[in-house]
Ligand binder design. Sequence first.
Ligand code: DQQ
Length: 641
Amino acid sequence: MATASPPAEIYDVEGAASYLPLPSSPTPPRPSKKLLPTILLSSFLLISLILLLLTSQTPPSQLKLKLNDAAADHTATPLSRGVSQGVSEKVFRQVNGNALTFPWNNVMLSWQRTAFHFQPEQNWMNDPNGPLLHKGWYHLFYQYNQESAVWGNITWGHAVSKDLIHWFHLPYAMVPDQWYDVNGVWTGSATILPDGQIIMLYTGDTTDAVQVQCLAYPANLSDPLLIDWVKSPSNPVLFPPPGIGSKDFRDPTTAWLSPGGDKWRITIGSKVNKTGISIVYETSDFIKYDLLDGYLHQVAGTGMWECIDFYPVSLTESNGLDTSVNGAGVKHVMKASMDDDRHDYYALGTYDPIGNKWTPDNPELDVGIGHRYDYGIFYASKTFYDQNKQRRILWGWISESDAEGLDLMKGWACVQSIPRTVVYDQKTGTDLLQWPVEELESLRGDSVEADVKVGPGSVVPVAIDSASQLDVEVSFELDEEAVEAAVPEVGAGYDCTTSGGAANRGVLGPFGILVLADDNLTESTPIYFYVAKGANGKTESHFCADELRSSQAPDVVKTVYGSSVPVVDGEKFTIRSLVDHSIVESFAQGGRRVITSRVYPTKAINGAARVFLFNNATGASITASLKMWKMGSADIRQFPL
Ligand code: DQQ
């Protein structure tokens, strides 16, 4: 809820023309000879601090610099963990070959911890598992390593919330303690049966590293917190079928009703050679299963499909649908997490339950080759149907893009996305719209507004005293005369990812906001549009996030993310960005495109973090209308059991 806002800050371009061109290329600091003694001294102080902390028995939950053996040995490359078990290792673990070259300090690293995204108190987290609503409590389970800030020893963490924002941590729901899941209690999904029973299906990794499917259920359904879970004595309930690799069979979905209404179906991801597939089983008791002929869907060349999600969306209504709904006015979304490129791809299509087939609306936008939920860091996502508010909610795992050694120093790694509602985009008919759940707005505090015309090559500061936790909403109008006059670009085909970022100027873009920027823009993360006029005279819009200058430290991966985005007649260019320390989740055009960035600034932190509007186009002014709220922190703590 917005509280009383200070008077709006109004900028006009003449008054604000403090033109600070964006640096044309990232400028990582190079140690000069003069600086060398300072660096040596800082390194000495850092090592002393680390040694001091190691010998002073710091409780692990306190956020202090914390080195374990793997991080301390910067020269050793630890053995790959996930790969040997059939899941990918941390994508960014090889940043700088494990060596940390930047003088990180406790202030910088402490600042990175998020304030309103869900995180365990410490250690590693990955996929969201089995989200559900039970007796007024939202339950989130998640892949968790009890022992370290790297993937391994996977257990099911468990937390509950009344509003999807404030959370209580509960005891682990399931730990790897059976022969069939001793190598990890892997990803799974919940199904709520019509009589209220809760079925949890998950993948177990056996003593021999075979992926099997297992059944669990709450010990006491009358407990709103669902603290105790029972693993079925019939486990495992499914082994890899003939022709499927023992390490290519995982992540069962929520079940939906078969056409007769008397059985349930689930799908499980796999691959045959390089073809990603979804295998379907039918069951009446979740213990015995029949393998259905053929696949629900397959796409050649996409590799292993992890964490499939399969659900209906309404073509006409704005509410979400329960997983078993089908018929007129409904399309089905198929999502798979591509193990080969670590992105979540979805496609819209039609589900034929009789033929056990799902067909994409547009084969060119098929699963794995078309739309992504998120063009930044977002993986292994899962939706659930919120039966109270009749909405479908999407969760995704946001990993780190820094060096693994830094995660070990911080003592934690990875966050969950802000839960997002997901609906069909009735305007384009080809997209989904994702939007932060409305409950997030309860964290909105003081706000600032600005209406400003920003000329070509201008950067305009937005006055706010603290900019590490923000909800920013901004819309832009491009000067129409300039758009008309713009000469079509030969060989258009702009691509955010290869564009070189926001410093590269075109006639009609880039324009947008700079978040987590310091006063001199030595660090900043531009979130922006780029509009290009093609040879046919039509404009094409792109939505990008540029991390190239987000941090002066070399120990982090810096990427330009993005994609083209439809901007339909009558729409302005709109961005909503959630800034929460080291995560920036940005939604364009009401959620038609989403980009999540992880950024690790070293200067633009705490009181030095700023926000700017910018227009780096050469030939067009923009009119920006911005409203921005300071965000409070979520209350996330242990449940007082
Ligand atoms: N993570 C789980 C697997 C899944 C992968 C293991 C996706 O079940 O395929 O932690 O990130």
